[in-house]
Design a protein around this ligand. Structure first.
Ligand code: BES
Ligand code: MN
Ligand code: ZN
Length: 496
């Protein structure tokens, strides 16, 4: 995708289409008056009619027959002006980009009505470009037909007086959108192509290509380090586990963040086998890992002054003669023992060793992201991520960063009483807590591997990592959740 910025008026730039907004309960925007007269009043006739009331995501395409600089004008309903947010603007841009893609337009201009008065222009440009880039990602890598379709080649942002802000914001949008797309592409990969060693190779190549340093641990190296929980999850598969550590930043006097992502490349449940229906979706059980990888790639380009460790444990959870059995007791890297009562509660086990590893490497402020529990999907649906952690100031900081980038998030408590639910008769804890408070017992398990002095937030993205069906701005599949939130968080810490 080629992004251009110009110091001329958007309405003067030639392209296949220009997108403009229409607000609910408002007449045709003043900015479109001259377009309207060039089109002999077509716009004022349309706007406010049942076809275009300005409700969010309404859309109409007009062919301009040489009367405007672009061959088409795409009008999008933006909803009520006082309800407009950066998030909605981004979604509208994603919708426009997807319309362009579908209809094989090669160039798209973002019109003046998208640069809404009262909003920071650079932030608007970032949201527009970031979301458009995400909307454009194609899911047909494995399709053997229909590869010949033309794709959108150029997006244009233009304004006579604000080119610098458009340029800087637009560039950030490109970086963030592409980082999110990298994460989404990884998530959409099937388990036969993306097993732990393959994912480790891929992530290493991407990160080293971005100038980051990467270390990959094999199973025998994990054995030397005592990572018994990660190994226990991986041992049932012919595909060995891996642990990837990516380092960003070498800034003295700055804190070291730890981003830890669950990388189960396929979750069959193990001996506690999952039901067959929908099991194929468990190829996405590495969405947390993909988000961490994507965020690290974006940091390498945006270069905030902060140190970040990306720690990504990868394993395939399979049943076999070598697999961990329910009832087995295994030992984590910090020496704590775990009675495995359900081999399908594997995510917390691989994260536990990764959390200890991240702390040993110096992480003082940790965020882990994991498609950890179906119970979190029951509680919050596909709308909000579940957040749990300590101390409260760190939880608030992570949640604010998430909300600032339009990712909805909701906190659940980790009261002491819930610890009872993972009590074991014979070991320090069980790996699963039964029917009640699923996301919280998952968090309590993880908390056992976090030192008192470490700030830590666990994000359960089981519901938010994927989109169940197409929406105007995104195709179904991986959402890229977490990438922009982690980058935002790192930038806020860098700014102090
Ligand atoms: N990967 C699953 C959680 C999941 C479910 C993610 C649905 C996305 C959609 C996780 O490993 C799992 O199996 N969790 C168990 C935990 C239980 C055994 C304590 C679950 O949710 O049933
Ligand atoms: Mn599982
Ligand atoms: Zn899982």
């Amino acid at each position: 995708m080629n992004l251009q910025t110009h110091a001329s008026k958007a309405a003067e730039i030639p392209a296949d289409a220009r997108v403009e907004l229409v607000f609910q309960d408002e007449p045709l925007p003043e900015l479109l008056a001259s377009d309207d007269s060039s089109l002999s009043g077509l716009l004022s006739e349309l706007v406010g009619s049942p076809e275009m009331k300005g409700k969010a995501h309404e859309s109409t395409v007009l062919h301009t027959q040489g009367k405007l600089s672009t061959r088409r004008l795409l009008l999008l309903g933006a909803g009520k002006r006082d309800e407009l947010t950066l998030e909605r603007l981004g979604k509208l841009a994603g919708q426009a980009a997807r319309a362009a893609q579908r209809q094989e337009w090669k160039s798209l201009v973002f019109g003046g009505t998208l640069l809404v008065a009262g909003m920071d222009v650079a932030q608007v440009a970032e949201a527009l470009v970031g979301s458009a880039v995400m909307g454009l990602m194609s899911l047909d890598t494995y399709k053997t037909e229909d590869q010949s379709k033309a794709t959108l080649e150029t997006m244009v942002l233009a304004d006579p007086s604000r080119q610098a802000a458009l340029e800087s914001g637009g560039k950030r949008g490109l970086v963030l959108g592409e980082a999110a797309n990298t994460a989404r592409s990884l998530v959409n990969e099937p388990g036969n192509d993306l097993y732990p060693a393959a994912m480790a190779e891929k992530v290493k190549a991407l990160a080293e290509g971005a100038g980051l340093s990467v270390e990959v641990l094999t199973a025998s190296q994990m054995r030397d380090k005592g990572m018994g929980l990660l190994l226990a999850v991986g041992q049932g598969s012919d595909n060995e586990p891996r642990l990837v550590t990516i380092r960003y930043g070498d800034f003295e006097g700055k804190p070291t963040l730890g981003f830890v992502g669950k990388g189960i490349t396929f979750d069959s449940g193990g001996i506690s086998l999952k039901p067959g229906l929908g099991m194929q979706d468990m190829k996405t059980d590495m969405s947390g890992a993909a988000a961490v990888a994507g965020a690290m790639l974006a940091l390498a380009q945006l270069k905030p002054q902060v140190n970040v460790l990306g720690v990504i444990p990868m394993a395939e959870n399979m049943p076999s003669g070598k697999a961990t059995r329910p009832g087995d007791v295994v030992r984590g890297m910090n020496g704590k023992t775990v009675e495995v009562v359900n081999t399908d509660a594997e995510g917390r086990m691989i994260l536990a060793d990764a959390l200890v590893h991240a702390q040993e490497l110096g992480a003082t402020h940790i965020v882990d992201l994991a498609t950890l529990t179906g119970a979190c999907v029951v509680a919050l649906g596909h709308v909000a991520t579940g957040a749990m952690g300590k101390p409260q100031e760190w939880v608030d900081q992570v949640m604010n960063a998430s909300r600032a980038v339009g990712e909805k998030i909701w906190q659940l408590p980790i009261y002491d009483e819930y610890r009872e639910l993972i009590k074991s008769e014979i070991a320090d804890m069980e790996n699963a807590g039964g029917r009640w408070a699923g996301p919280i017992t998952g968090a309590w398990f993880l908390k056992e591997f976090v030192k008192d002095e470490t700030a830590w937030v666990h994000l359960d993205i089981a519901g938010t990592a994927t989109i169940e069906s197409d929406v105007p701005h995104l195709p179904k599949g991986a959402s890229g959740v977490g990438v922009r939130a982690l980058v935002r968080l790192a930038e806020e810490i860098a700014a102090g």
